[in-house]
Design a protein around this ligand. Structure first.
Ligand SMILES: C[S@@+](CC[C@H](N)C(=O)[O-])C[C@H]1O[C@@H](n2cnc3c(N)ncnc32)[C@H](O)[C@@H]1O
Length: 349
């Protein structure tokens, strides 16, 4: 399967859209993205997916837009140019003497703007395909070169005639004033914790004191505070959640003085800091001395990039191997993890 489309909805309604698309009867996978209101669909056949959407449009209530994806590549101008070039070559017959526009929707943080990509790719097309006699027309174009950037991955499509992005205006209108009937997650991180709570309820039974390291803006803290008597949320950043049983310690976790700041036995340690993997596990271990035996640890491993995921995990396993008081229960890829992340469930023996 390959990415065939990005689909959008009102932020907060991603789970509903996911469910709706998952109920379609073709083979596909619907994936979360770290971006609000945006999901990615994998399938075998783009045309089949678009036909299925068309046939079921009346039943789909949460779908706002479908952006078909033709080529995927890294977010790198040379790679994007290659993808554009291969698509234009493929559609040469249809686009000769036509006017076009390049549109780029950039999500994530980069050193360039969407307009920079649009300008550079536009110039590249005019230059490389000057035999096709193409013209740029930003308002009245015959075809659109569409570039979707999702941090490190990019997708290119050439929309012409009936093949284009689709908006379901009726849904956009209907959902405009609808308040979310279920509380929206604060962020993607909260989905990781939600998933853990659903899959491993045993980790959360009978919790008195939880220490949440790297807690801001508070997705994990919020859910944990519904399950524990008290949550110590450690982060220099602000918390967007306030409750009587949440104690925000506004410090770097390295600087915590256990006796002064916490001074009670811990039932569960969670760590979702965005530190280097080894730094982060050493931080977790700093708190293990105060964890009750039988207490669990939930720890996110965040590799610098996908290529380092395995080696980062190995480094961590080596460190844990030296700790006879820690048992590794599970190493899992949560649905809400990014591709660079893994989640460890550990237990103090
Ligand atoms: C991905 S966010 C955590 C999101 C959080 N789990 C949630 O659900 O909202 C990572 C956090 O780790 C915090 N962090 C990074 N290094 C830290 C440290 N040494 N001590 C405490 N917090 C740290 C950052 O300030 C950031 O807020």
């Amino acid at each position: 399967m390959r990415p065939v489309a990005l689909i959008t909805t009102k932020p907060g309604f991603e789970p509903e859209l996911k469910k709706e698309i998952e109920s379609l009867k073709i083979k596909k996978k619907v994936l979360w993205t770290p971006f609000r209101g945006l999901l990615k669909v994998l399938s075998y056949d783009l045309s089949e997916f678009l036909r299925e959407i068309e046939d079921n449009k009346e039943e789909l209530k949460f779908l706002f837009r479908i952006i078909p994806l033709e080529r995927g590549c890294k977010t790198d101008l040379t790679d994007i140019k290659k993808a554009v070039s291969s698509l234009i070559n493929e559609k040469k017959g249809k686009i000769e003497n036509k006017s076009f526009v390049v549109r780029c929707n950039r999500r994530g943080s980069h050193s360039f703007k969407s307009e920079d990509v649009e300008r550079e790719i536009g110039e590249y097309i005019l230059d490389k395909f000057n035999d096709l006699n193409l013209k740029v027309n930003l308002k009245k174009w015959d075809f659109k070169v569409n570039i979707e950037i999702l941090q490190d991955e990019s997708y290119v499509s050439v929309f012409i005639d009936d093949f284009r992005d689709i908006s379901v205006d009726k849904n956009i209108q209907n959902l405009k004033n609808l308040k979310k009937y279920r509380e929206r997650p604060l962020n993607r991180s909260e989905r990781k914790m939600q998933e853990l709570i659903e899959k491993f309820p045993e980790l959360f039974s009978d919790l008195n004191c939880v220490v949440d390291i790297g807690a801001s803006p508070g997705g994990w803290t919020k859910l944990l505070s519904n399950l524990a008597k008290k949550v110590y949320a450690i982060d220099t950043g602000e918390l967007k959640v306030r409750k009587d049983n949440i104690i925000h310690i506004k410090k770097r976790a390295e600087l915590i003085n256990f006796k002064e700041d916490i001074n009670e036995d811990i039932d569960l340690i969670t760590n979702d800091t965005n530190l280097y993997p080894v730094e982060s596990i050493l931080l977790t271990l700093k708190f293990v001395n105060y964890l009750k035996s039988g207490g669990y640890i939930i720890h996110t491993v965040k590799a610098e990039d996908y290529s380092k995921k395995k080696s980062s995990l190995n480094e961590i396993l080596e460190i844990l191997d030296r700790r006879s008081d820690i048992h590794i229960c599970k190493i899992i890829n949560l649905k809400a993890n990014t591709k660079n992340e893994l989640t460890l469930i550990l237990k103090k023996v």
